[in-house]
Design a protein around this ligand. Structure first.
Ligand SMILES: [Zn+2]
Ligand SMILES: [Zn+2]
Length: 615
């Protein structure tokens, strides 16, 4: 596929003119002649990557000029209009030429090249029409490249030679939307329309274009996203059947905490009747569970709607599918994970990874980002952007997360989205508020030893020490062993002090030994932490000011402490050379959750569990 193919054009008749971009403006002229009797077309740019011709079009035309602008000189002779039109044509031609020079592009033509309808291409409209419905069907609710559409046609046993032209006609008819995969604007530079990233577009060389081009680094794993490629999209349609309310069976036979049950009810109401589009379910770590959202799912299904779950972790995804299938018997769940497969199954509940979520366009009535059990993974911005795009314009979005993204949290603060909190864990004890310890001296903080002694002697507990990198892990481990030997305090348990990091082959073994309680102290780099902490464990983060410890990460770490009923009042310390905004943010958020839990009476441990049995 050639890199530079799109030409900016002007088409006109004796009543009006319009501007557009096309890989073959003669096709546009044929269509425009057929529908509105346009007579001529002029090319006013050289072939360019789609993104640049789109930019030029937006720069040099008004919305009216892109759909057909009547001449202002109503009652004059045609030659006058023609002369008037020539001045429009020549001025646009010059403007484009100047702008191209600014962009460092060469445009050799000294005047526009003009084609008359009668000397140009003719489209066989009847033949093209044949494919329109099948194409719209394939595109519905999706955003795809030409080659993906072609592949899906082949899967259905169809081969269309001039697929791109037919798609272009559908764009002209307003039935399909077309955008460059990477868009360009002079103020913001390049931004990727596939993954939504702005600052990851870099230069490359398009072999067929013989000139420099660009691609997005962020989503490179999915194949290059480039300014010369087009993405085609069509929102999902609402059929008459979709509007009917039917009954959907929900089988839940589980114990909710009071907080979870309130969230369950709140979310059901949110889908049934709420003016807001988005809802943040802000859970204390380990306080949420996927079932809290199932009432909302049923509500969407009852109205004939479709539901999409986005999950950032494969193992959690499998577990989620099992829970959904159990709760909604008879409703097939489509799992979209790993390599692309033919989309054969039609399902009203889809569970998708990032890769697949990116293919949806305005398709779902309810979209849920489930991050509750994703630790230490969090949804990357690509997944979040993909899910936002997969939601129908009038659809709803639910974020289930212990660590709201800054932009979502800010929206919640401003009251722009609905917020439901699950502030207390099932055992009804408050979250530990981390103690911030500032140590001006460089190196391992001396206070760490008193923290260790407090943990081992007073609390009779274990301690997880999280450090920012591998080297710190080794050093800290050695230092602790030496200091404890000097002090004559040997760690009680058989394995003593364990140290591990991302590159350690025995990492899992050591973490498991710690979780089983065989070691008193585990020093680890952040990335090796997974799942729950040991049940009886305190936590210390060293070098909390380090950039890898962003607010969400620190919040996740602190929130894991005290998850077990055997040691619900675990402690957390953040050591740092200075207190960062992130550390303060964590303390503030944990206090907020605790206050909320207290206000609502969720911290009363005598509170009865709320057993839900819905059939
Ligand atoms: Zn290119
Ligand atoms: Zn991208």
């Amino acid at each position: 596929m050639y890199c530079r193919r799109y030409v900016l054009f002007l088409a006109w008749n004796d009543r009006r003119y319009r501007m557009g971009i096309s890989a073959n403006p003669q096709i546009d002229l044929s269509f425009l002649h057929h529908t509105e009797d346009y007579q001529r077309v002029a090319f006013i740019s050289p072939p360019l990557p789609l993104a640049f011709s789109e930019y030029l079009l937006s720069l040099f035309s008004t919305a009216e000029e892109r759909t057909g602008m009547p001449y202002r000189l109503n009652k004059s002779w045609f030659w006058k209009k023609e002369r008037g039109f020539n001045s429009i044509l020549n001025s646009r031609f010059k403007m484009v030429k100047n702008e191209l020079a600014n962009l460092g592009e060469e445009y050799l033509a000294s005047e526009p090249v003009i084609f008359d309808y009668h000397s140009g291409l003719y489209i066989d409209h009847a033949a093209m029409h044949e494919y329109e419905d099948v194409l719209e069907q394939i595109l519905q609710g999706r955003i795809q490249y030409l080659w993906e559409i072609d592949r899906r046609l082949r899967e259905q046993g169809q081969q269309v030679d001039n697929l791109e032209d037919i798609l272009h006609l559908l764009v002209l008819k307003g039935r399909v939307m077309k955008v460059p995969s990477v868009k360009y604007s002079p103020n913001q530079g390049m931004a990727c329309n596939r993954c939504g990233h702005q600052y990851r577009v870099v230069k490359t060389f398009c072999p067929s274009g013989q000139k420099e081009c660009y691609y997005c680094q962020e989503c490179l794993l999915l194949g290059e996203s480039k300014p010369c490629d087009a993405l085609y999209a069509v929102p999902a349609k609402i059929s008459a059947e979709d509007k009917m309310v039917s009954s959907v069976r929900l089988c839940l036979d589980i114990s909710f905490s009071m907080a979870q049950y309130e969230a369950f009810e709140g979310l059901t109401r949110f889908v049934r009747k709420d003016s807001m589009d988005e809802c943040l379910v802000w859970e204390a770590c380990g306080a949420g569970r996927p079932e809290t959202v199932f009432g909302a799912v049923r509500e969407a299904l009852k109205r004939g709607g479709k539901v999409l779950f986005g999950v950032p972790r494969k193992d959690v995804l499998d577990d989620l599918v099992i829970r959904i299938e159990k709760a909604f018997p008879g409703i097939p769940v489509a799992v979209r994970y790993g390599k692309p497969r033919p989309y054969s199954m039609v399902s009203r509940i889809v569970v998708a990874s990032t890769h697949h979520a990116l293919k949806f366009y305005r398709n779902f009535d309810l979209v849920i980002l489930d991050e509750s059990d994703a630790f230490p993974f969090r949804a990357n911005p690509i997944l979040i952007n993909a899910l936002r795009r997969a939601r129908k314009v009038e659809g709803k979005f639910i974020y289930l997360t212990p660590t709201p993204e800054p932009d979502v949290y800010a929206k919640a603060q401003r009251g722009e989205i609905k917020v439901i909190q699950i502030p207390a864990r099932q055992h009804g004890h408050p979250l530990p508020v981390p103690q911030l310890v500032v140590e001006k001296e460089t190196g391992i903080p001396d206070r760490l030893i008193s923290v260790i002694r407090e943990t081992l002697e007073e609390d009779q507990a274990q301690i997880l020490i999280v450090v920012p990198h591998e080297e710190a892990s080794l050093r800290t481990c050695q230092w602790i062993e030496n200091r404890l030997t000097d002090l004559g305090t040997l760690p009680f348990r058989s394995e003593g002090v364990l140290g591990t990091s991302a590159g350690d082959h025995n990492r899992d073994k050591k973490i498991n030994a710690f979780i089983r309680g065989e070691a008193s102290i585990l020093v680890t780099t952040g990335l090796t932490v997974r799942g729950d902490l040991a049940p009886n464990s305190n936590l210390a983060v060293l070098g909390s000011e380090h950039e890898i410890f962003d607010e969400g990460y620190l919040l996740q770490l602190a929130g894991r402490v005290g998850w077990s009923t055997s040691y619900p009042n675990g402690k957390a310390w953040f050591f740092a050379s200075q207190i960062t905004r992130e550390m303060e943010g964590v303390v503030r958020k944990i206090k907020l959750l605790n206050e909320e839990a207290h206000k609502k009476g969720f911290l009363d441990q005598t509170n009865k569990k709320c057993h839900r049995s819905l059939r």
